[in-house]
Design a protein around this ligand. Sequence first.
Ligand code: EPU
Length: 415
Amino acid sequence: MADDTIVINGGKKLEGTVKISGAKNATVALIPAAVLASDVVTIFDVPNIADVKALATLLNTLNVKVTKKNDHIIIDPTEIQNVTLDDEAVGKLRASYYFMGALLGRYKKVKIKMSGGCYLGPRPIDLHLKGFEALGAHIDYDDGYYMLEAEELKGANIYLDIASVGATINIMMAAVFAKGRTTIENAAKEPEIIDVSSMLNKMGAKIRGAGTSEITIDGVEKLGGCYHEIIPDRIEAGTYIILAAACAKYCKIENVIPQHIESLLMKLEEMGVKMNIGVDFVEVFESHDLKPIEVKTLPYPGLATDLQQPLTALMTQAVGISKVHETIYPERFKHCHELNLMGAEIEVGEASSTISGPTPLFGSVVTATDLRCGASLVIAALIAEGQTTIKGAYHIYRGYDHIKEKLKALGADVH
Ligand code: EPU
């Protein structure tokens, strides 16, 4: 990205319409999933985010041709070569681990460097590896590299101790060519998992039950190409709805599946945010005297941990004491320190934060320590009087498509 700082002159009332892009956390799995195809895969509504660029670099390393046209990418894996993935791009995003499942599935062999991504406290991948082992893979780890190899992959019954999004998708991809039936129990139910399974099924896979806690995959011999449109990003949608509640006169957020963010919408209603929820849009009207709330992050359909950080910025404006209980990533509270630099009064406890409001926020120099911390700081900066400089903006560009342009269209003073 060109620059690593976002500067916002806050205190303006925003107004207008914003269109939500394709879901980042589906995209980052769909792109690696394309290497399972023996023909061209075209994906529509691809968000313009740094993670997509990093994944395209990894595809190029594998000799897979990637053509980007407007909002879609054409992935041609017909000349693919299964080489070691140790490109710098692997370390740029955690989702590069989806190449483990995809390449293991296709070649029964993969060598890849440890993946990177946001630091939200420890983020183990033991459940992914256990799943691969259950399918017949042998796993070695040496000097920062994972080496996975199987003579053959065989369907297995896999129970996930935690309903992990990444493990569910990775095992699904590794199992598409496994002999016989694989069952994933206590599978994660996030909408992005349904999206990945639906693209794989268009390619010819036999996956049933995605979106429920039991997924079955019947192995097939070959997958073909397909056309696929990515679902809207529920976290980007939630972020703009929260942002609108914090500082808009009126805002229409388009290309939303409201059902995907029902837990957030209910909590915002509890706060007193005035909204009109349509079939595929949400309108937010200016709201005053917001009430404090208590939230607990949970796997889908519970409140997404990714929205906890943006929501905290809004909670600083509620009249009274709000509370966040984080059950997915107990250490995901770095944004609180930064928000306090802007005038917030947040106390971080064990896997929780307590927000006393309302507090006026003022412009400051703060750092986006991770993607959603960045989103939280953007919202706070829009509320704040004066100028805020957000450092580490590359984290924000990893997940928010054209964020400056979208904010400018709402009347924000951002550069
Ligand atoms: N976990 C394990 N072992 C594993 C895998 C996960 O203990 O092998 C634990 C994690 O430490 C965590 C919990 O299980 O406590 C859930 O993690 P999960 O695997 O579901 O998360 P993920 O797949 O690594 C995805 C999103 C995250 C989002 C989480 C939770 C992608 C690329 N990332 O991560 O998104 O926070 O699910 O919903 O899909 C973001 O977009 O900002 C982001 C971090």
